[in-house]
Design a protein around this ligand. Structure first.
Ligand code: HEC
Length: 109
């Protein structure tokens, strides 16, 4: 029984680490592909961000208005009428999931 408990703890710790790793990779992706407009802090206070009126991604209301699925789709295909470029040819599905996770981690910052 004791062994089983240890085993479960190890498994859940690993799952925790895996999602942290995904968010870390997401931060690198965000800095490389998104920060020109959204800023490293996600607030959109960059020259490009202000010009294109990028929303403040740290704002809870902005976060609540969009599902993970919609975000993934927008990052993949872009938002043509707002001039946000799609990353279909540049990022893998996992990289896009990671960057969504990172965007979620900006909420309230
Ligand atoms: C060329 C500038 C630009 C780049 C690069 C860019 N975005 Fe955007 N992004 C925008 C603009 C403009 C909007 C629209 C803001 C609005 O809807 O008011 C937007 C909107 C968003 C939204 C909000 C979507 C919604 O439905 O509310 C998310 C999330 C987002 N971008 C994430 C990203 C991520 C992640 C990347 C990098 C992979 C990225 N963006 C790259 C300009 C950019």
């Amino acid at each position: 029984m004791k062994h089983l408990t240890t085993c479960l703890v190890v498994v859940s710790l690993n799952l925790g680490l895996a999602s942290v790793a995904l968010a870390d990779a997401g931060e690198d992706t965000f800095n490389a592909k998104c920060s020109v407009c959204h800023g490293k802090d996600g607030k959109g206070k960059t020259k490009m961000g202000e010009k294109l009126k990028a929303k403040d991604l740290t704002d809870a209301a902005v976060q609540a208005a969009v599902t993970d699925e919609k975000m993934e789709k927008e990052i993949t295909e872009g938002i043509p009428d707002k001039k946000m470029p799609g990353q279909k040819d540049k990022l893998s599905g996992d990289e896009i999931k990671g960057v969504v996770k990172f965007v979620r981690s900006l909420k309230g910052k």
